[in-house]
Design a protein around this ligand. Structure first.
Ligand SMILES: Cc1cc2nc3c(=O)[nH]c(=O)nc-3n(C[C@H](O)[C@H](O)[C@H](O)COP(=O)(O)O)c2cc1C
Ligand code: SF4
Length: 518
């Protein structure tokens, strides 16, 4: 029976994937043809969703942007054998966007049936776990440390050190907490892996639990991801039924581990790890002062590893191939690969996993194809709403934690939002402050009050009121927020503002320039 792949990914669904499935089933029944519809994740070529693939003797052939009304013509064109059609993109794995990538974390995403344990195992699933059981907790942590893996949630803290700290704590209970709150603008990698390869996250959690001595893991999942909740929830059930979760995990010596998916509270600040822990404990999501760090006193006061989805989902590959293999990719202290999320005003938006070190000029112009509007790129916001606006003059900065810090930017969770030359950067600076004001947990003054004063000050600048002195005031305010805030929400909100001021000063002088021109 011919296999036809239609992604169950939320992005594909948003573009009509479910209606395409229904249309293919209906057309196949009408024509008396047997097809097996497989629900894979997305390959990350998001501008082509829904991307329908057909398994042929030559490999998988893709058809992009398929609409239900295209389906009869696809059957007429013999798409079940890879026949030519205007929507055909040829062999998917030959597509330059796919071929240029180095997929490690995402190696199975989009390839396999997302909810088939058999396919997961056939594609290397649980090999990392088997090795972790064979070498034991200390050596497992050593492999993670050797890989150089740093937290993909934003701060880039070495994962091996965090795991070792929790492993070394003496406590009656410990926890694994996966941060799946994914609130950064332009990011979707966590969602994609949880929908496209959910067992890799589950396997990573078991590996982490075994390494640190925890028997329980939570996934704190963004409330705006209902499809992820469905897929991941199902994957947990399947893993439990098959003995991969429960009182004796398959292949272990009586190691008990289970996973619970918790729906998040819908606040950006609940992605901050201590606020997340408060929320998981059933309280209001307010940031805790650190120390104590969650590694020592985390969930319910117990030693806890809090890691991003990608950090945990990469662990199985590291254990399978060895830390050194992962560390052989990347540059300087940024080892391995980074799943870039290319979004905003860009032609080929999607997920592109590559070793660290790519330049924005390659990512935006070459891989992303430039702006969708066809106008020149003005800036790219890298690292979410608290990330800096990177101007074209810095497009040669390699994608690397330290290189970005050197130019007062951050790579965060790897999200990139592209803007063309019509964007007004004083407006974007205002948005940065407004975002902080709306999302602030309210615990400390620089963030709670500072962000509101920031919006007011930018409004005055935009209205042409005492521009020079208000810009000085704004810079001073940014400084106070940076160094006086309790957490990175207030501490990093100045990044977009300061970068806009530094690289696009003319956008803060518009009323004066307009008056001079009149
Ligand atoms: C305001 C704010 C929001 C955050 N949101 C997220 C998030 O959605 N996902 C995430 O993994 N980390 C987020 N973080 C970072 C976490 O606090 C924490 O560093 C991370 O979960 C640790 O995992 P990692 O070491 O694997 O990156 C956020 C931090 C701040 C200050
Ligand atoms: S910086 Fe903002 S979000 Fe962070 S603790 Fe202070 S008020 Fe809360």
């Amino acid at each position: 029976m011919t296999k036809v792949y239609v992604p169950l990914d939320f992005a594909a669904q948003a573009m009509g994937a479910e209606r395409v499935v229904a249309a293919i089933e209906k057309e196949a029944a009408l024509r008396g043809v047997n097809v097996q519809i497989v629900r894979n994740g997305s390959r990350g070529l998001l501008w082509l969703e829904p991307l329908v693939e057909v398994e042929t003797t030559e490999g998988r052939v893709g058809y992009g942007n398929v609409k239900p009304s295209d389906v009869p013509a696809l059957f007429d064109a013999g798409f079940l054998f890879g026949g030519a059609h205007s929507s055909s993109i040829g062999k998917v794995e030959e597509h330059p966007y796919w071929k240029r990538q180095k997929r490690i974390t995402f190696k199975r995403c989009g390839v396999i049936d997302a909810l088939s344990l058999d396919e997961y195992i056939a594609h290397g699933g649980f090999r990392g776990l088997a090795r972790a059981f064979a070498i034991g907790p200390e050596k497992t942590i050593e492999e993670i440390a050797t890989s150089g893996l740093r937290g993909r949630g934003g701060a880039g803290f070495p994962v091996g050190i965090k795991w070792k700290t929790v492993h070394d704590c003496k406590a009656d209970r410990k926890y694994v907490v996966v941060n799946a709150d994914e609130g950064d603008s332009g990011t979707f990698a966590d969602r994609m892996i949880m929908e496209g390869d959910p067992f890799s996250l589950i396997e990573g959690m078991i590996i982490c639990g075994h390494a640190i001595g925890a028997d329980k893991g939570y996934v704190y999942l963004r409330v705006e991801y209902p499809q992820t909740a469905k897929v991941l929830g199902k994957a947990v059930e399947l893993a439990r039924a098959a003995g991969w979760l429960g009182p004796k995990v398959n292949g272990s010596n009586d190691f008990a581990f289970d996973v619970e998916v918790r729906i998040a509270a819908g606040a950006y600040v609940c992605g901050e790890e201590t606020s997340l822990l408060e929320s998981l404990e059933g309280k209001r999501g307010i940031v805790r002062a650190k120390p104590p760090f969650p590694a020592f006193e985390g969930l319910f006061g117990k030693p806890t590893v809090v890691n991003n989805v990608l950090s945990i989902a990469t662990a199985p590959m590291i254990l399978e191939d060895g830390g050194a293999a992962y560390a052989s990719y990347g540059m300087d202290r940024s080892r391995g690969t980074i799943p870039l999320q290319i979004a905003g005003n860009v032609k080929f938006g999607g997920l592109f996993e590559a070793p660290f070190g790519l330049k924005l000029s390659e990512i935006v112009n070459d891989i992303g194809g430039g702006t969708l509007s066809g106008r020149p790129v003005k800036a790219v916001q890298v690292g979410g709403p608290l990330g800096a606006y990177v101007p074209v003059s810095l497009f040669d900065t390699p994608f690397d934690y330290e290189a970005y810090t050197k130019v007062d930017s951050l790579i965060g969770h790897g999200g990139l939002v592209v803007f063309d030359d019509t964007v007004d950067m004083s407006w974007m600076a205002r948005f940065g402050m407004e975002f902080c004001a709306v999302e602030s947990c309210g615990k400390c003054t620089p963030c709670r009050i500072g962000s509101t004063r920031g919006v007011e000050t930018i409004d005055k600048i935009r209205a042409g009121e005492n521009v020079a002195s208000n810009i000085d005031l704004l810079k001073d305010l940014c400084n106070t927020m940076k160094f006086g805030s309790l957490c990175a929400l207030g501490g990093f909100a100045p990044y977009p503002v300061e970068s806009a001021l530094r690289h696009f000063p003319e956008d803060f002088q518009k009323p004066a320039l307009e008056a001079a021109a009149e």
